[in-house]
Design a binder for this molecule. Structure first.
Ligand code: GLU
Length: 309
């Protein structure tokens, strides 16, 4: 195994997986294994309200059932975000010492959402708010009034470009396109953007493969990793599975893995996923390992993949 190449599965155990999650997991595995690399399973169970241990166990079981293995990870608590708070705390204090962190008292909804990865339809844009310009006296008045702030990181002026291996160069002007962002919620829970960056950096992840709805998070993560003294991984985003909810294929649709497992064996499901991803001309049953020689990012479309019947 080439230990200089490390991929990861990074599911959030906030529900059972469905086809979209499975496709991301399969491609992340194929990407790393095709290069002879290792694979980690990191459970992104940061938010104690939205995530549950039963879902984490079900996700790990689904991955193993499908034939996707990992070399280190869940259930080791060192690979569960809920067990890594001290590391996020360290990173937070490093950023604070650099003068990049400030308290923010803006809307509660925004602060609650910060622990989860931003997916389509969710607010992901927060131009610099007035909190960035509060005077020391204003801040201490709010703090002594008992109002708990969230904590934001101050992004730099200028652009950040990530070279996405599938979609090409992707540039954002952080201060214009996403603004200062929350790294810690008012209830103390660390935000997705901070946790994922710290984890990818400290776990030595070199390849991040995930849905393209997270492409717009990659520049923030690459910038944070550099600010913390690390080297960002290669990012490789994949198209999303889409379809009108009403019209989604009954067989695949938005059904959970638990439901899919009632009617399909793992080879059939792998064949369906490989076909949807453009890796097979027809949905022929096979194992992920048998799919390895056929794996090629050039076969995978850039546009989203519809699973309407
Ligand atoms: N845990 C995130 C999710 O399930 C994915 C994070 C990532 O791959 O960076 O949406």
């Amino acid at each position: 195994m080439d230990t200089t190449i490390t991929g990861r599965f990074a599911p959030s155990p906030s529900g059972y997986m469905h086809m979209g999650n499975l496709l991301a997991m399969l491609l992340a595995w194929l990407d790393s294994r095709a290069l002879g690399g290792r694979m980690l399973l990191r459970m992104e169970d940061l938010d104690p309200v939205r995530t549950r241990p039963e879902y984490a166990a079900a996700i790990a079981d689904d991955l193993a059932w499908l034939g996707l293995d990992w070399d280190a990870g869940y259930p080791d608590p060192a690979f569960c975000q809920s067990g890594r708070t001290a590391l996020y705390e360290d990173a937070f204090h490093t950023l604070k010492r650099m003068g990049l962190i400030y308290p923010c008292w803006c809307s509660r909804a925004q602060r609650l959402a910060a622990a989860s990865a931003p997916h389509p339809g969710e607010a992901d844009h927060d131009p610099r708010c007035r909190c960035a310009r509060l005077t020391a006296a204003e801040k201490s008045a709010l703090l002594t009034a008992g109002r708990k702030p969230a904590w934001k990181v101050r992004v730099p002026a200028g652009t950040v470009t990530v070279q996405d291996s599938h979609y090409g160069p992707y540039t954002q002007n952080l201060s214009r396109d996403c603004g200062d962002f929350i790294v810690r919620r008012a209830d103390g829970v660390f935000a997705y953007q901070l946790a994922v960056s710290v984890d990818d950096m400290l776990m030595g992840v070199t390849r991040v493969v995930r849905g393209r709805d997270l492409l717009s998070s990659a520049p923030r993560q690459a910038w944070l990793i550099r600010a913390l003294g690390g080297t960002p991984p290669a990012y490789c985003h994949l198209p999303l599975l889409t379809g009108d909810r009403e019209k989604l294929s009954k067989r695949l649709g938005s059904r959970s893995t638990q439901a899919l497992r009632q009617t399909m064996d793992p080879r059939e499901l792998t064949g369906e996923l490989a076909f949807l991803a453009g890796l097979l001309p027809a949905p022929t049953p096979l194992t992920p390992r048998e799919l390895l020689p056929l794996f090629d990012w050039n076969k995978i479309p850039m546009g989203d993949i519809s699973i309407e019947p």
